[in-house]
Design a protein around this ligand. Sequence first.
Ligand SMILES: Nc1nc2c(ncn2[C@@H]2O[C@H](COP(=O)(O)OP(=O)(O)O)[C@@H](O)[C@H]2O)c(=O)[nH]1
Ligand SMILES: [Mg+2]
Length: 297
Amino acid sequence: MGEIAKTWKLPRSGSYLKDFYTIDSTTDPLMLKNPLKFSLVIPAYNEVKRILPTLKGLISILDYRFKRKYELLVVMDGCNDGTPETVERLIHNHSGATAIVLPNRLGKGGAIIEALKYAKGDLIAFIDADGSIPPQELERLTELTEDYDLVIGSRYEKHSTLPKKRPIKRVILSRSFNTLVKLLFWKLHGISDTQCGVKVFTKKLAKSIQEDLLITDFAFDVNLIHSALCRGFKVKEVGIAWTEKDGSTLSDGIIKQSIGMIFSLCRLRFHYQFKLKSGSKKLIDRIARSIYLRLQT
Ligand SMILES: Nc1nc2c(ncn2[C@@H]2O[C@H](COP(=O)(O)OP(=O)(O)O)[C@@H](O)[C@H]2O)c(=O)[nH]1
Ligand SMILES: [Mg+2]
């Protein structure tokens, strides 16, 4: 276990994480006999204003609609607005939910990479904390993992719905980012939205690509999908319902963060292009980390 990680409250069993939570299958006719275990990761940075309704909605869907045992991992790094305390107040009695609290900001990707070390499910998903994606979509995407190894939500595919108009600045940045991704990674030509905040994948995929995950900011998703495709996994993009939420963690430094994401894309391209030796990788990692930290301040 990572030394800096801690649960807000140590579980009674003495193990780090709480166990999988399941509804009693004798009283719930929907419960499958041998359900695949499901780990849901929620990355959250200073989400005190947005996370509670999201968590309540997700727990309610997981309790009453999912026919699977599940664990919920809320991973919070470098928060200074009381998010961990707020989350813990909601989940402390929930035997399947764990708060992973890390002292320094890692970035959305870094937080997910950290949570993947703890996830024990046969299926693993992550979803944004801001409530932009209805929890029902998680169920729909998860069902598709019977045929695919990685299922990604999309705001730009057929059947996706964007009820509230996005600010034009966000649309331009999002589209420019997607174009750059396509220019740099031909394998991602068929993907229209790498950045949507919900993705579901198998444990097998998570294990195989673990060592490929090196991007810790918002460009992490590109790293994940590209690595899955390079390793021959089946990827499916699915249109989802989606709402623009105010209070984005990007909004107070959108230009800086965008520069960081472009840098991350170039770093990933270099990585694959030159199959860097471990010394060069470490040097680039150090440079990337210090640029990332500088862009956060
Ligand atoms: N753990 C963690 N989560 C983050 C970090 N940065 C962003 N997030 C989370 O990533 C998700 C998407 O962020 P959001 O602000 O909604 O970005 P947007 O949807 O692109 O505007 C949210 O759940 C954020 O809390 C970070 O540094 N650490
Ligand atoms: Mg959002």
